[in-house]
Structure formats: C-alpha cells, structure tokens
Ligand binder design. Structure first.
Ligand code: KG4
Ligand code: ZN
Length: 335
C-alpha cells in the first residue's frame, strides 16, 4: 500500500511516500527554518503562507523521486493535529483535495503518533507494545504504546516542553533558532558539574516533569554573569543544562518502563537527537537489559515519512476521514 503523506504542523513542509508503513520511497522536506531564524522563532502567519507556496511542487517532487505516478497511490495521509492551526490547515486542505480528486481514502494522523512511528521506519523488527519517550519542541510525553493506534500517557511536562527550554537557553546565549542542536554541540568539552541546576520533582506524580524552574535557573546564571561582568563558561553551562534535562527525562522513562514491564524502549521527536540524552539511554538500557530504539537523526525531527508510517496502521485500524476533516491546534494522543 503506497501512502502519500503530508506534514505541515510547524515550520517544515514535508511530503513523503511510504509503502506498507515501513518502507520510505521518498521523504521530501522544504524547511522554513532559515526564514524564521530572522525572528528568533516560528512566525505562524509566515509558516502558513510558506506551506501554501511549497506544498503542490513538493507533492510533485515526491512522486517523481519515488518513481510513481498518481495512479500508483493507494491513500493520502495528513497530520491534522496538534500544531499551528494555520499551518495544519494548509496540509489538511491539500490532502483532502488530493484524496477527493484521486478517489483515494484520506487518513488523518496525530503528529505525536507520527513521531513514535518514525521508529518503525528505522527498526523493521519493532512492534508494539513498547514504551516511548516523545521529546520535541512542543511536547514531552512518556507514552505506553499498547498497540499501533492505542496510546496511554504515563507522564508529561507540567509546563515547558524539553525542546522549548533548550531553544530558550540557546537563544539567550545568542545561538540561532532552533537552538537545541547548537546547544548540544556547544556543550562539547564542557563540565556538566560546573553549574548547579535544579531537577524538579512533581509532588505525587513521579513520572511527570517540569522544566520552567530549570530554565529560570539557567537564565539567572546568564543574567548574573552579564551584570557582574563575570565570564560565562558557555560549554560548561550547556553541558550542565543538558545534564539537568537528561536527569529529568531518563530516570522517569526508566521508572515508567519498569512499571509497564516492557522490554522495549523507544525515543522520538527532535530532542531525541540530543547526544547526552542518547548516551544516557544507551547506558541505562544496557544496564537494565532492555532493547533500545533510537531513530537516526533525520527521523527525529519533523518529516513526512513518519506520518506515512503511522497512517498505514491507522488505515488498518479503520481510521479514515471524509471531506469534513478539520485541523486542531491541540489534541491529546490518547483521546
Ligand atoms: O520534533 P521537532 O522537529 O518539532 C516539534 O514537533 O516540535 O522538534 C524540534 C525541537 C526543537 O526544539 C529543537 O531545538 C530540538 O528539537 N532539537 C534538539 C536537538 N536537535 C533538535 N534539542 C536538543 N539537542 C539536539 N541535538
Ligand atoms: Zn514534531
């Protein structure tokens, strides 16, 4: 089954063709990152307009690259939630029109379930049930993936997402948007014990997380250095910050894994590219004797292939939509 998959929830216009949920025939991305960099973050209005400009040509390119014609497609899939509403609407409207004009089924996909499904593309042997930590710019979730389309949230952030806090600190340190990857690199050679940063505990919710106190503490260190003229040890601050985020995410994920009794642990989302988080999971998974699934970096960030992977399983579960499909800025994955 060849699925044309569309993703436009944030600042990447992406169209992919995925066969049977596991084989990527092409994964085309038109990134707007450079454009938003000028403003230090995503400007929603600009994002929508750029999606609108890019999407038709990108779909043509996807067919060309996958060496298919429109007749070879079996379904059209699209991210319909959550994300920037204007951005989502461009993808949803395009996918509806494509499905209608080609007489194909339309498959709505939740963005977070797409991130989780990126693991199916990287690891053909991976099947549910498993535990997945989803860490992106907008979401931080510990998810029990009971089946391909059945999710239970075991832990989440009470305030900022992990990626959001990386981006904020990177921005204040003068790194270009989105700063997560730059901060990760800047931490090379730094001393993670140099700056004391808090790892918050949420009372009575041991699997929940909080990043706002950590963010504020790091900002205070930066501002204090500015005000006193003290030279900031940037690599060590980045290393200390990455260590605190890692200390928030990894022990909770391992505790959730023990709670479920699963032997399989996956990580997903843009922040899954972080070298400290990856290294910590490698150590912990080896110590616990469980299988670890860390997608390659190109499948961590937003892409169309992950939407095509999840769409196959949504279709098999009978989850298709008609032309009344709408987009939603927020929607829980376990609704
Ligand atoms: O999944 P994604 O592409 O978009 C969302 O759905 O949000 O995630 C983007 C996030 C950004 O916050 C970006 O800074 C972060 O992932 N990110 C990283 C790294 N690479 C990307 N954060 C920390 N370390 C990295 N190496
Ligand atoms: Zn994403």
């Amino acid at each position: 089954m060849n699925i044309l998959a569309v993703e436009s929830s944030c600042d990447e216009t992406a169209v992919a063709v995925v066969r049977d949920g596991r084989e990527v025939l092409c994964d085309c991305i038109a990134s707007q990152v450079a454009l938003h960099r000028e403003y230090g973050g995503v400007v929603p209005e600009i994002a929508s307009r750029k999606h609108l400009e890019a999407i038709c040509a990108l779909a043509d390119e996807a067919l060309l690259r996958s060496k298919l014609t429109r007749k070879d497609l079996d379904a059209v899939a699209v991210t319909y939630a959550p994300g920037l509403i204007g951005a989502l609407l461009v993808g949803v409207n395009f996918a509806k029109s494509a499905a209608l004009s080609l007489g194909l089924p339309l498959i709505p996909v939740h963005h977070i379930s797409g991130h989780i499904a990126a693991n199916y593309l990287a690891f053909p042997e991976l099947t549910p049930p498993f535990l997945c930590l989803v860490v992106s710019g907008g979401h931080t979730l510990i998810v029990d993936v009971a089946d391909y389309t059945q999710f239970h949230i075991l832990g989440t952030t009470r305030d900022d997402a992990a990626g959001e806090s990386f981006d904020k600190i990177a921005r204040v340190l003068g790194m270009p948007y989105p700063g997560g990857a730059a901060l990760d690199k800047a931490a090379d050679g730094g001393d993670p014990g140099r700056y004391r940063l808090p790892v918050a505990q949420v009372t009575d919710a041991p699997l929940d997380m909080s990043f706002s106190g950590l963010k504020t503490a790091a900002l205070n260190i930066i501002h204090h250095a500015e005000q006193t003229g003290e030279t900031l040890d940037v690599p060590s601050l980045c290393a200390s910050f990455s260590a605190a985020v890692t200390q928030t995410l990894v022990p909770r994920t391992m505790a959730a894994l023990r709670q479920t009794g699963y032997q399989k642990l996956a990580v997903a989302g843009g922040v899954a590219a972080n070298s400290h988080i990856r290294a910590a999971f490698e150590r912990e998974a080896a110590a616990a004797g469980v299988s670890l699934y860390l997608p390659p970096l190109h499948l961590c960030g937003d892409n169309g292939a992950m939407i095509g992977a999840q769409a196959y399983y949504e279709y098999r579960a009978g989850h298709t939509a008609d032309s009344t499909l709408n987009a939603y800025a927020t929607m829980p994955i376990d609704a």
